[in-house]
Design a protein around this ligand. Sequence first.
Ligand SMILES: Cc1cc2nc3c(=O)[nH]c(=O)nc-3n(C[C@H](O)[C@H](O)[C@H](O)COP(=O)(O)OP(=O)(O)OC[C@H]3O[C@@H](n4cnc5c(N)ncnc54)[C@H](O)[C@@H]3O)c2cc1C
Length: 429
Amino acid sequence: MDTTTWDVIVVGAGAAGLAAARLLQDAGLNVCILEARDRIGGRIWTTNDFADFPIELGAEFIHGERAATYGLISEAGLHAVEVDRKGGLFWSDGGKAIPCRQSCYETCFLIDKLFNAQRHLDDQSVAGGDRSLADYLRGSGFDRRALEIADVLLAQTCCASVETLSCADLIREIRVDHAGTREFRILEGYAPLLNWMAESLPLMLNSPVHKITWGDGVRVQTESHTYEAQQCIVTVPAALLQQNTIRFDPALSANKQHALAALRTEAATKLIYRFDTSYWDGAMTLLAHMGTVARWWTPAYGRPDGQPIISSYVTASRARAVDALSEPHALALGLRELERLLGVHNLEPHLIHARRVAWAADPYALGGYTHVPPGAADARLLLAASEGDTLFFAGEATAYDTNPQTVHGAIESGWRAARECLATVRTHG
Ligand SMILES: Cc1cc2nc3c(=O)[nH]c(=O)nc-3n(C[C@H](O)[C@H](O)[C@H](O)COP(=O)(O)OP(=O)(O)OC[C@H]3O[C@@H](n4cnc5c(N)ncnc54)[C@H](O)[C@@H]3O)c2cc1C
């Protein structure tokens, strides 16, 4: 078995790993990234095969005008288009969806109240101990219908159910959020941003790591190779660490095990359809209802040349229901719900192409992204903590000081772990 020696090995070439490796390389360290897949990006996956413009099979939006991602896209020479999802929301209570702001005042008012209630969570909200968002909303007087709407519009985004989202973790996030509220898509797609981040980084693709021996330096093992380094940054999804896909010797600390046991990663699935022509209002940025395939949007929004593509993104129990079906059945279910929402009969003859992307079935993701259930609000901080001065952790799940569940949170976590590495390297020196 070959052995190669580096200053730092980064495991995983997603947003966190690339951000960490770039910072370390810029600081003059000899860095190597080991990536299990045959591509970089992880839960960012852009395809140019579905349409004449890039379609995001994973992460799609930049959440916030001050998000780290937003800053990087101008450095990379890329462009963003703003998407006001709430402003262009079309809602359906059963039949054809109507523009929420113009025609469904009551629901619109309720949605605003729900968003405000979530935004104004504070220590008082968990005075009696941490509780789920659902319990908090119930305690604030919201009825069952309101909770179902909150499940679609608030919890689905968090890859969770209202019943399993920790208020204490949401409060943590409100406190550290510095990204802003506006949302954008990258016109050129996320992939060029990651390619730019990966430029000149030593990268080993098709290299799943299965063992890390750590203590006095690290030995990182793949099937065919052992890499030695002073330090290692692990950025693989928490769901993979939970499944022990990487064996650590010695085992990770009790705190780390506690954090891993607490975090949850739910299913996350996209159903993407391309039609012969557009069957929806051009002003629509979000289409939602309380069905199974609950949320839809139009990736071509804001592009003059955009083809008629509509994409649904569901998580948690809705994604599990869609994943339980065969791909043709799942796509047929989505199409039936879409026909109802758009008030159009028999869209099938107009369908050019459709595709399901089920992240729970992806062996290097095992789901969407992490959420924290009630009572475990310290999990992200504990997962982020280093093990001694050799083993460091990054990735969206560890983004305790910014927005987890996001690309910018992953990037910032990579920078944080890289700075921790550098601090100990300097101490050694
Ligand atoms: C469907 C979907 C939609 C999303 N939408 C958005 C959105 O609109 N906006 C947003 O900001 N965020 C969104 N996210 C979340 C965002 O994609 C993630 O938070 C972010 O990309 C995570 O980056 P990461 O580096 O932490 O993890 P990953 O991207 O998962 O990177 C980890 C890397 O580790 C690799 N790996 C795994 N195991 C091993 C191993 N044993 N050895 C070596 N390598 C390994 C993986 O292949 C992967 O490349 C979405 C996620 C999904 C799934």
